[in-house]
Design a protein around this ligand. Structure first.
Ligand SMILES: *Cc1c(COP(=O)(O)O)cnc(C)c1O
Length: 223
């Protein structure tokens, strides 16, 4: 494992594959990684880390706070409403808002600490087989309610591609998410959706070509 070299490779890929590399941010998914490896990752000058479990992100946040190291924490996993309170103070971005009730809870907890919480809406583009995320019709039904939430700032969309290797299918998922973002911007958001969180270790190059602005990479950095 050579974290530094892996990160350099990914940064090169961003330059090669993205139509707008200056907009792309690397989220290092640290869910498999002990804090020692995250420390190494931070020496590359990158500092966005993503976790998918509340308990784990809490522990890691505390560890790096104590060491006075600046990390930008992103929550990328399924978030239960009753656990929002544990992370709200410390996360920069929640990638995985998939229900109105969750959005309302985030809004409420953010309001209590005077914070505007940036979030992405997770959309289930591929359909039945992957269960996570809003389906698009449900999201559209909730938009007016979501827009009332003053302490919630929706900055874009996220999706999980299916676990398959077929490039054509993956590419379609990513380009569909980009089209959905453009349509939603026109109909409801007046251009305020700027982010697309899509692409992981096995498919981030395709996602970059299709316009990703956040790639979430774990295995390729840490293994
Ligand atoms: C684990 C995970 C990733 C990273 O997956 P890798 O294949 O290890 O790069 C990205 N996004 C989410 C939501 C994850 O849970």
């Amino acid at each position: 494992m050579d974290i530094k070299r892996n990160v350099e490779e990914i940064l090169e890929d961003i330059k090669k594959c993205s139509p707008y590399p200056e907009k792309v941010k690397l989220v290092a998914v640290t869910k498999y990684s002990p804090v020692e490896d995250i420390d190494l990752f931070l020496t590359t000058g990158q500092n966005i880390c993503g976790e998918n479990k509340v308990q784990v992100i809490k522990e890691k946040i505390e560890y790096f706070k104590e060491k006075e190291k600046k990390v930008e924490w992103h929550f990328i996993g399924n978030l239960q409403k009753n656990k929002v309170k544990y992370i709200i103070e410390d996360v920069n971005l929640i990638h995985s808002v998939n229900k109105l009730a969750l959005a309302q809870e985030i809004n409420k907890k953010a309001e209590q600490i005077n914070k505007i919480q940036d979030v992405l809406i997770e959309i289930n583009i591929f359909g039945e087989e992957s269960k996570q995320g809003y389906n698009l019709e449900d999201f559209e039904k909730d938009i007016e309610e979501l827009k009332k939430l003053k302490n919630l700032n929706i900055t874009g969309l996220m999706t999980m591609a299916p676990f398959i290797e077929e490039e054509k299918v993956l590419r379609k998922v990513f380009s569909d998410l980009r089209k959905v973002k453009d349509e939603l911007n026109e109909k409801y958001f007046f251009g305020s959706l700027t982010e697309l969180s899509m692409g992981m270790s096995n498919d981030y190059k395709i996602a970059l070509e299709e316009g990703s602005t956040f790639i979430r990479v774990g295995t390729k950095i840490f293994k």
